[in-house]
Design a protein around this ligand. Sequence first.
Ligand code: NAP
Length: 311
Amino acid sequence: MKILITGSTGQLGIELLNQLERIKKKESLTIINPSKEDLDLTNSIKCEKYIEDINPDILINLAAFTAVDNAEIESESARQINALALRSFANVLKKNGGHIIQISTDYVFNGEENKPYQTFHKRNPLGVYGKTKSEGESFLEQILENTNQFTIIRTSWLVSPWRKNFVKTILKKLKEGKENESLKVVSDQIGCITTAKSLSNLIILIIERKIKNICLPSHLHWSSNGSASWYEIAVKIKEISNSINLFASRIDIKPIESFEYKSLCPRPKFSVLDTSLTTKTFGIKNDFWINDLEILLKEIKDINNSAKALN
Ligand SMILES: NC(=O)c1ccc[n+]([C@@H]2O[C@H](COP(=O)([O-])OP(=O)(O)OC[C@H]3O[C@@H](n4cnc5c(N)ncnc54)[C@H](OP(=O)(O)O)[C@@H]3O)[C@@H](O)[C@H]2O)c1
């Protein structure tokens, strides 16, 4: 089975490539993970040609314009990468066959609900990033309608030991801040983290089902269990880091409201995803967010220790 992965240098891509190692041989997978230069999603014509030439059984699209504030300024690039590339992919897959797993986001919703978003909830994005990701979803739904050729996984607040994400930013600020300084974190946006590890495990379950030709729901949601504000997560990062001896920080973390945090992209106030369809479909359980956070921080500690040992 030929699997093409875009965005393999991103945080989810790095984790997925690591995880795929354990099933690659058993399932006889050929993994193709082109660089941005080899498969540039800003060029629709080249995207079509590349997919035509490779003709993958499964295309896992992890590439995206993910800088949500920059997307407000560079909206054309964001649309090209997050939406129009999906149209190209879907057109080729419709003609030649093959399945696409697309990673989407909680930002396709406007955040005005107060209960977890179900997969069929109407999309109503606030900013350019959410609008372009939403348009990408629509291309798959329209072009690949009734084909069982696509799986959209919406996820939220992705964290990992790799690249840039909220956990790494908070760790850096806690480490580098002076004792009498305080770290201000938004407390009126509620959501849930997702570890790249748990999301990669879900992608692998989908690959295993596809190898057996099993039909799956076209839309899935995935995150850790529970909900929290960015502020509550930051407080837990500090608490767990102290308790596992990752480092000790005396910096005070203070809650602020969204309007006090200057940003270009409007963020949903509430973006918890209902993951019950996914847990039911695959017979799995998602762990409580604090447990997933602790596992991640322990992994970051191990990675830091191995890097120190090598130096
Ligand atoms: N991060 C989150 O909190 C979050 C939340 C919900 C959903 N998601 C979705 O999850 C997926 C993975 O996100 P992530 O956090 O792993 O992203 P990331 O770390 O920002 O990585 C993005 C990847 O896309 C590649 N890329 C960017 N522009 C490209 C282009 N023009 N052509 C080809 N590749 C390009 C990047 O390549 P370079 O390394 O060369 O730049 C990188 O490999 C994305 O679809 C994202 O929308 C993310």
